[in-house]
Design a protein around this ligand. Structure first.
Ligand code: G3P
Ligand code: MG
Length: 239
């Protein structure tokens, strides 16, 4: 699997409201080749882009994501909390985001972000929607259950295991989740672990890297890609 080196985190990083189509457009405009975003299910089982299980931090809505139908969710303003300049920017569906990625030529890391207790159904629904639209993409999740459900639903879509610190038994974790890559937190990645993962031939991608020096340190360890809120710190030819 070939990863773009700089992946705009939550669509456009800090340059736009997170998990929005505006973010994807900005990422493409600054020269990103890859983006990451979070997909969660509404009450009717439709995957939408949002990070938190509740709506308050990033949208004009109130309450739990899993308690609202996609019809309600897609009418929410997901831009106003970031800045009034983005007021009216809608909360998008996963379908809309993947179609825009395809139109803009963006590689996408769809992070399966289940609300608690919805791991398997979120894995299935996100995999189904992603396989239906296609494009250059990889599914990832902190949830082994979600990844296993995604594997059953869409076995051909590549998957990556997402962790904070890399556990000692990372090979077993990759095997159980059928993952072809490992995504981990940059700040807890030890040099010997990075070398071992890379030597075993797995792409390693680290979040969240908001400085060029930190990125350079990780690339020197063999890391394939970094997720960044500040993709604008790199030139288009470095991405
Ligand atoms: O997928 C990498 C990164 O997005 C994981 O953390 O909390 O930003 O979704 P989070
Ligand atoms: Mg994420």
């Amino acid at each position: 699997m070939i990863y773009p080196r700089i992946i705009a985190h939550r669509c456009g990083g800090a340059l736009a409201p997170e998990n929005t189509l505006a973010g994807l457009r900005i990422a493409a405009r600054i020269g990103c080749r890859g983006v990451e975003f979070d997909a969660m299910l509404g009450a009717d089982g439709v995957p939408v882009l949002i990070h938190d299980e509740t709506l308050e931090r990033t949208t004009s809505g109130l309450g739990g994501v899993a308690a609202a139908d996609s019809g309600q969710l897609l009418r929410l303003d997901a831009g106003c909390r970031h800045h009034r300049a983005f007021g009216g920017e809608p909360l998008p569906s996963l379908d809309q985001a993947l179609r825009l990625c395809a139109a803009l030529g963006l590689w996408a890391n769809v992070e399966i972000k289940p609300a608690t207790g919805h791991e398997a159904e979120t894995g299935r629904a996100v995999a189904r929607a992603s396989a239906a639209i296609g494009g250059k993409l990889v599914l990832s999740s902190f949830s082994e259950v979600a990844l296993q459900a995604a594997a059953v639903e869409a076995p051909l879509l590549p998957r990556a295991m997402l962790v904070e610190a890399v556990p000692t038994d990372w090979p077993g974790l990759l095997e159980r989740s059928g993952s072809r890559a490992l995504h981990c937190a940059a700040n807890s990645l030890a040099e010997d672990v990075a070398h071992a993962v890379c030597k075993a031939g797995y792409p390693l991608a680290c979040y969240t890297v908001n400085g060029r020096d930190e990125g350079a340190r990780l690339f020197a360890l063999g890391v394939s890609a970094v997720f960044s809120d500040r993709p604008d710190l790199w030139q288009a030819e470095e991405m």
